[in-house]
Design a binder for this molecule. Structure first.
Ligand code: KG4
Ligand code: ZN
Length: 351
């Protein structure tokens, strides 16, 4: 089935056309530079930019797919979690298209999109590699700007959150660290770049909740205070200091993440699994992926990452992939008037 998917959950205006798990087009208009000078996403600006760009991304996604609207079977849209005023733009547009062209409507959870993003296939994939072999139950690991979650995937569509952050998300912590180090916003990618030149052991920071992994929670608010103190004690920072601090911050924040996961795997808190699906903006980080890969190897698990860089950060192709499974289950919205944004939607709640 062919689906037009839309995501306007935060500061990317995104549309894609997918066929099953194949990506026919994936168009993303990033508003990052607009919000950069404010040091974070400004909801009213995000809303206005989504409104300005939504038609453009949709038209481009359809054009790039070489299909026409009449060839599509359904419209899918992110209904949460995310910024209310931003989500609304995509939802209203999806309703409009669904009504005008009489297309089925699929409501999708943004985190389910990230979680299933490793299942996406390139349009050029050969028939044999068209689907990745995943055994269920599997484990989902999502690290993004707003979420840090370990999810039991009983099967596609049935989820349970096993561990999550009690304060900041991993991406949020990296963004705050980057800002303290003068690297701009959003800073995860810039932090990764400069950290490559740095020595992660030069300025060690305490690993959050070390020794308390059995609580199965993540916490990223304390570590940024440690970084702030370290920066203050150093005074004027040289480029070398910035790279060492960036490397140390990354190492410590990722170590916290993998230590909790290691505890969960060692103590069989995740049940019998063979596959791990990993997604979200922060998973684009090579150091984090290596740590996760090493951990999965230790427990003889197969870890799957998205095939393209464009599938890590916010995008609509992953929403199309999640929607394809809902289409198979005939999980369509019956009454469009009842569709509303759910800014705090949880992946384990019923839509
Ligand atoms: O998934 P995403 O695009 O948006 C949310 O749903 O939140 O994730 C954005 C987050 C930001 O915090 C950004 O700094 C981080 O992903 N990020 C990275 C990298 N690229 C993006 N973090 C670490 N290393 C990267 N290469
Ligand atoms: Zn996201």
């Amino acid at each position: 089935m062919k689906i037009l998917a839309i995501d306007t959950s935060c500061d990317e205006t995104a549309a894609a056309v997918t066929e099953g798990t194949r990506i026919l087009s994936n168009v993303i208009f990033s508003q990052a530079s607009l919000h950069a000078k404010w040091g974070g996403v400004v909801p009213s600006l995000a809303k206005r930019k989504h409104q300005e760009r939504i038609d453009w991304v949709i038209e481009k996604a359809i054009r790039n797919s070489k299909l026409e609207i009449r060839n599509l079977d359904a419209i899918a849209v992110t209904i949460g979690p995310g910024l209310a005023v931003a989500l609304e733009v995509g939802i209203n547009k999806a309703k409009e298209i669904s009504e005008k062209y009489n297309k089925k409507f699929i409501a999708v959870d943004h985190i389910e999109g990230h979680c299933l993003s490793p299942l996406a296939r390139s349009n050029n994939a050969t028939a044999q590699s068209a689907n990745i072999q995943t055994n269920y139950p599997a484990l989902g690991v999502v690290t993004s700007g707003g979420h840090t979650e370990v999810i039991k995937i009983e099967k596609v569509g049935k989820y349970k959150i096993l561990a999550q952050t009690v304060d900041d998300a991993l991406g949020e912590a990296l963004d705050k660290a980057a800002r303290m180090l003068g690297l701009g916003y959003p800073g995860g990618a810039a932090l990764e770049k400069i950290a490559k030149e740095g020595d992660p052991n030069k300025y060690p920071l305490p690993i959050p909740l070390a020794g308390q992994e059995k609580r199965m929670i993540f916490s990223y608010s304390g570590i940024k205070t440690s970084l702030m103190r370290k920066i203050a004690s150093l005074g004027k920072l040289s480029r070398k200091d910035v790279s060492d601090l960036a490397a140390g911050f990354q190492q410590t924040s990722f170590a916290h993440f993998t230590r909790v996961l290691d505890y969960m795997l060692k103590n069989e808190r995740v049940g019998e699994i063979h596959d791990v699906l990993a997604g979200g903006g922060v998973m684009a980080n090579i150091t984090l992926r290596k740590m996760l890969r090493d951990l999965c190897e230790k427990y003889d698990l197969k870890v799957h990452f998205p095939y393209s860089k464009k599938l890590y950060g916010d995008n609509a192709a992953m929403i199309g992939v999640a929607a394809a499974f809902k289409y198979e289950r005939s999980d369509f919205v019956k009454d469009l008037d009842k569709v509303d944004r759910i800014p705090n939607l949880k992946i384990d709640s019923e839509l």
